[in-house]
Ligand binder design. Structure first.
Ligand code: IPM
Ligand code: MG
Length: 365
């Protein structure tokens, strides 16, 4: 069996607790002989700042670049609220995304039937929900220059962020969305704000052009604000939604809550396939944050983290069967009535992080 290297970056807050469950899972699949992963751990975010004064060290960046996949927990917390902007915890994550060229962020929002009641929306609106948000991740307002606050000299300041996209960036993310849609419902909504933004006008133009190569795809344009509204009005109308970095950030949080909890949503961030090897750089992380309010208590929901690992099995290592079994194990423990605090329902059994992780591993056999 091929040996694959994983670089684990637990980060801050609940990041370390949920990563511990993935480490148990890796030990299990290795022991069973289903995988042969080697792992190494690094520091990112506030924990890297405390150790090295930066959001990720050069040494850990090298390791991330060299690994077959990076598994990432979460970063941030009040403790680092006043550190310089350049070394704030989030800077570590953004540098990883940028330097690894992870332009395609896949955020599936799937409503497990056992959790349909846990959603803030009516059960019939979310039961069976299966949306894939494809978020552009290395461009747009997150990285555009200039990005600065200047003194105007009259006691006023001026802040600028720059929303910028070039056509190749839009074309490649559109194609990722179309390729994925071909494996599912063949329907793509492209969300932008072309009614007020030039970047939106170009976004729509390039997406339509790329769609010419996908005659089977049903493509719909949707304004991003309307997309937010439709997500909470009638989410099951969506199959794949492709959108830019900022709108994708916002819309994926909304989509996550439809599934019952932000603690349920995994994500995969993928680079372009290498011209020689065909391998993609990749990072897998839960969509939720470091939840400082519950950190250290052993109560965090590890499901989004474990489901992110399942995405690594599928997208980085082609272990489709094992990925499906991990996802099935998650759905089985939910059917059994096990719940962490964030998805607790009447008549269910409240469990902690480790107990939830153990139960999922036990289901794998
Ligand atoms: C996400 C997060 C990040 C983002 C933060 C932590 C920088 O909200 O992955 O959705 O804005 O992209
Ligand atoms: Mg976000």
């Amino acid at each position: 069996m091929a040996t694959h290297s994983l670089f684990l970056l637990p980060g801050d807050g609940i990041g370390t607790e949920i990563m511990a469950e993935v480490e148990k899972l890796i030990a299990h699949t290795n022991a069973k002989g289903w995988t042969d992963f080697t792992t190494e751990n690094g520091l990112v975010g506030g924990s890297a700042y405390d150790a090295h004064g930066v959001a990720i060290s050069e040494e850990d960046m090298e390791k991330a670049l060299g690994a077959d996949a990076v598994i990432f927990g979460a970063v941030g917390g009040a403790k680092w609220d006043s550190v310089p902007y350049e070394v704030r915890p989030e800077a570590g994550l953004l540098r990883l995304r940028k330097d690894l060229g992870l332009f395609a962020n896949l955020r599936p929002a799937i409503c497990y039937s056992a959790l349909a009641e846990a959603s803030s929306l009516k059960k019939e609106l979310v039961e069976g929900l299966d949306i894939l948000i494809v978020r552009e991740l290395t461009g747009g307002v997150y990285f555009g220059e200039p990005k600065e606050i200047t003194e105007l000299g009259n006691g006023q300041k001026r802040a600028v962020d720059t929303q910028v996209y070039e056509s190749y960036e839009i074309d490649r993310i559109a194609r990722v969305a179309f390729d994925l849609a071909m494996t599912r419902g063949k329907k793509v909504h492209s969300a932008d704000k072309k009614n007020v933004m030039k970047s939106g006008v170009l976004w729509d133009e390039v997406v339509r052009q790329a769609a010419g190569d996908y005659p089977e795809i049903e493509l719909y344009h949707i304004l991003a604000d309307n997309a937010a509204m439709q997500l909470v009005r009638n989410p099951k109308q969506f199959d794949v939604m492709v959108t830019d970095n900022l709108f994708g950030d916002i819309l994926s949080d909304a989509a996550a809550m439809l599934t019952g909890s932000l603690g349920m949503l995994p994500s995969a961030s993928l680079g372009a396939p290498d011209a020689q090897t065909g391998k993609r750089k990749a990072l897998y992380e839960p969509v939720h944050g470091s939840a400082p309010d519950i950190a250290g208590q052993g109560v965090a929901n590890p499901i989004a983290m474990i489901a992110s690992f399942a995405m690594a099995l599928r997208y980085s290592f082609g272990m489709i069967d094992l990925a499906g079994r991990v996802e099935k194990a998650i759905s089985d423990v939910l059917e059994d009535g096990l719940r962490t605090g964030d998805i607790m329902q009447d008549g269910c059994k409240r469990v902690g992080t480790a107990e939830m992780g153990d139960a999922i591993i036990a289901k794998l056999g």
